[in-house]
Write a protein that binds this ligand. Structure first.
Ligand code: F6P
Length: 342
């Protein structure tokens, strides 16, 4: 069997661990051969390939990013996108595909599977917003980096009796903020799912300041005030999958808090730091197991599925289940974070 492999969408720690597991297992156990498609769906659209064999993938377990490259190219936005992909694969003698990505990449994988191509998806995103799996790899690495940043920012905030707003990624789901806020003991954690009352945030900062304490506010990039002004955008326009670029809530919040409370307030945007560098041990463990299950499933003739984590078990779910609905933070989960605000 000849298998194409690609990684699409925003990169995240653990992608290389999946690629390694797929290729090592596929070659050793199933005698499979591989073609690496470069830069997400751009690869099969434009015939951009690279060698993918056990020699190439042996040393990449702990390396961040993706050796295949990535992009947000959307073949579904082109009239003949799926046909071009099918033609490239058939020209390369590729019988089946493993697509490693988030809701956008896996949405294309779903369309290809419906078109008759054997496809297995592997879920990735630091945002952890994919349905059908308890966690995506990359998320734990992002939360670990953000929590370490909060720990560091706390000591400088305490020294200067300041408030510090830490803006984290996550798009329309607040998972990174939620876990970072709990792990970092934030004064308040603000998520896109639950518009925040500015007065409440300012009261928390003011009362900590009155007690001689600094404040740490963790704000998801999609967090928004309850006044209906909406999410803060970094720029106008959308990417090929229709996503806006979020960013700027940290600065805006810091300005409001300082003005209303008189407490000196700074903001820090963690941005792509959350996506770079080596995966945590958890993400290596998860990514490896998802990759093993993906290649075993593909060789066994499974298609139109995504590998997933449920509890500690790796299983599979229909691709449509993962891409149909965004997984967001529930009121009960947010209440756990709110319980220790202040
Ligand atoms: O989806 C992952 C993610 O990192 C989001 O959290 C963030 O909003 C977006 O990608 C950033 O995208 P880009 O790398 O295109 O700036």
């Amino acid at each position: 069997m000849r298998v194409g492999v690609l990684t699409g969408g925003g990169d995240c720690p653990g992608l290389n661990a999946v690629i390694r597991a797929v290729v090592q297992r596929g070659a050793r156990e199933h005698g499979a051969q591989f073609v690496g498609y470069r830069d997400g769906w751009k690869g099969p659209l434009e015939g951009l390939t690279m060698t993918l064999d056990p020699g190439v993938t042996a040393p990449i377990l702990a390396t961040g990013g993706t050796i295949l490259g990535s992009s947000r190219t959307n073949p579904l936005a082109l009239d003949d996108g799926l046909r071009r992909i099918r033609e490239t694969l058939s020209g390369d003698g590729v019988d089946a595909l493993i697509a490693i990505g988030g809701e956008d990449t896996l949405g294309v994988a779903t369309a290809l599977a419906a078109d008759g191509l054997p496809v297995v998806g592997v879920p990735k995103t630091i945002d952890n917003d994919l349905s059908g799996t308890d966690f995506t790899f990359g998320f734990d690495s992002a939360v670990t980096i953000a929590t370490e940043a909060v720990d560091r920012l706390r000591t400088t905030a305490e020294s200067h009796h300041r408030a510090l707003v830490v803006e984290v990624m996550g798009r329309h789901a607040g998972w990174i903020a939620l876990h970072t806020g709990i792990a970092g003991g934030a004064t308040a954690t603000l998520l896109p799912e639950f518009p925040f009352e500015l007065d409440e945030v300012c009261d928390l900062v003011a009362s900590r300041s009155a007690a001689g304490r600094a404040s740490i506010l963790v704000a998801s990039e999609g967090a928004m005030p309850a006044d209906g002004s909406g999410m803060v955008l970094l720029e106008q326009g959308e990417d090929a999958f229709g996503h806006v670029r979020l960013g700027g809530i940290g600065d805006r919040l810091a300005g409001e808090v300082e003005q209303r409370t008189g407490v000196e307030t700074r903001s820090v945007v963690l941005g792509h730091l959350q996506r770079g560098g080596a995966p945590t041990a958890f993400d290596r463990w998860l990514a490896t197991r998802l990759g093993l299950r993906a290649i075993d499933g593909l060789v066994a003739g499974e298609t139109g599925i995504m590998t997933a984590l449920r509890g500690t078990r790796i299983l599979t779910v229909p691709l449509g289940e993962a891409t149909g609905r965004l997984k967001v933070v529930s009121p009960e989960e947010y209440a756990e974070a709110r319980a220790l605000f202040g």
